[in-house]
Design a protein around this ligand. Structure first.
Ligand code: AMP
Ligand code: GLY
Length: 425
């Protein structure tokens, strides 16, 4: 039986808590720090995801024997190595890669180099520092507009610029190297722009074996028809109708399998989720980015389609026996609509009472940014809720999710009305 510590506090972690709670291998779930949604499935403990010492203390006190890491930051900061280095008697296995593996997300330059070394299809690129800015300008001269500039390090989802004019790209390259995104931009990756349809693919791996999880399409822009600023994700659907079996086979053969083989070749122990941000360019997959965690809100459509026991799969990851586990996927369609606080991704208000959740029937409301003030549920973030429905097809799932969203209220609530619409054929 497992006593699990789940680290994180968003919609992704609420969905994981919801799924883990269905396992008959779960003795008790703790979530650090969790949110009012996760509290329904376990005990929230007010410790931050990056406070390794406090997490270790909880692990010992609560006799935790499995740690599941939701967000990327603790992974990039080495949480898996921290726990692996602990007293063997107390060491709890971590679902999440070691620090070197987490570089696939923590350093875009590392990820691009890795892909180049193992022949994994990705956009052409050049990595530039303040000392090699002239090379960067020359590379921009070789490319066609638009130009893609990426801060090398973690920049809370804000480190990517897509720029139409070459002069402006050169100016922004200088700005980034001078600290536009802080230390994350002391190296900049310049990339060729790939034209196509984006798709998120996910695996769970024990370092040797992997299970392909359901793919998802994320809606990143704030406005309908993909207008406006980039966000953390305004909604998701799974399956994505353009992810045909033939396309997914290419993803496995050209991207997933060489990635696992490359990690082994480098001596990197990778146990956890790996998220492939893909571009479908005329039927061929290219990697836009790796993330070393699940997506949010993608998790909120991926896990509702997973029929197998997530904790049993984690057991396979921890023990290196994932090949003995089953990973069954429901053929149904899941749609998640994210309700945000008006103004997001810019400035927005917090502390608004959330009402109507008791009227939601047949959909799941995952909490992304909520808090309890006395006994009142209030908004506490830009992305507040993700409303997921599972149905036999996309129109039915959309109808259910939008019906549920109509029952929910908070001041300045905003959501996209076109989640999944482009996937209807
Ligand atoms: P990332 O943070 O790497 O996911 O980049 C943010 C977004 O920028 C991606 O979701 C894509 O929509 C876009 N993007 C990044 N790199 C490229 C590229 N090489 N070509 C086209 N679009 C890109
Ligand atoms: N929804 C995109 C991400 O989690 O990175």
């Amino acid at each position: 039986m497992y006593r699990v510590l789940l680290i994180g506090q968003g919609g992704r972690e609420h969905a994981m808590a919801w799924k883990l709670a269905q396992s008959n291998r779960l003795e008790k779930l703790f979530i650090a720090p969790g949110n009012p949604g996760t509290a329904a499935f376990g005990e929230n403990i007010a410790v931050a995801a990056n406070d390794f010492e406090a997490l270790k203390k909880i692990t010992l006190e609560r006799k935790i024997n499995l740690i599941v890491v939701g967000p990327e930051e603790p992974l990039v900061n080495g949480i898996a190595d921290y726990f692996a280095a602990g007293d063997a008697v107390n060491a709890a296995p971590v679902i999440g890669p070691c620090q070197r593996g987490a570089q696939l997300e923590g350093s875009k330059d590392f990820a691009k180099n890795f892909m180049q070394r193992y022949g994994i299809p990705t956009a052409r690129y050049r990595t530039v520092t303040a000392a090699t800015i002239a090379d960067g300008e020359q590379f921009l001269d070789e490319l066609q507009a638009p130009y893609v500039l990426k801060a090398d390090g973690l920049a809370a989802g804000k480190g990517v610029l897509i720029i139409h004019s070459r002069d402006e790209a050169k100016q922004q390259l200088r700005n980034m190297l001078q600290g536009l995104f802080g230390a994350a931009g002391s190296k900049v990756v310049i990339e060729e722009f790939l034209q196509g349809i984006e798709l998120s693919a996910f695996i769970l791996t024990d370092g040797k074996n992997y299970k392909l999880l359901p793919e998802a399409k994320d809606y990143k822009r704030i406005g309908d028809n993909d207008a406006g600023l980039n966000t953390g994700g305004m909604g998701a659907v799974s399956p994505a109708p353009f992810a045909t079996p033939a396309f997914l086979q290419k993803v496995e053969q050209r991207i997933i399998q060489p990635t696992i083989a490359g990690l082994q070749q480098e001596g990197i122990t990778y146990k956890g989720f790996l998220f492939f941000g893909l571009m479908n360019v005329k039927g061929n997959p290219f990697v836009i980015e790796y993330n070393v965690r699940m997506g949010d809100p993608e998790t909120e459509v991926v896990l509702p389609r997973l029929q197998s026991d997530l904790l049993d799969l984690f057991d396979g990851v921890a023990c290196g026996s994932l090949d003995t586990k089953t990973c069954a996927i429901a053929p149904a369609t899941a749609v998640a609509v994210v309700c945000v606080s008006g103004g997001y991704p810019g400035t927005y208000g917090k502390g608004y009472p959330v009402t109507g959740l008791q009227d939601v029937k047949g959909s799941i409301v995952f909490h992304a940014g909520t808090a309890l003030q006395q006994d009142t549920l209030v908004t506490a973030g830009g992305r507040v809720l993700a409303v997921t429905s599972l149905a036999e097809d996309l129109p039915a799932a959309r109808k259910k999710s939008y019906g549920a969203v109509a029952a929910i209220h908070f001041q300045d609530m905003y959501f996209r009305r076109d989640i999944g619409l482009d996937c209807l054929t």
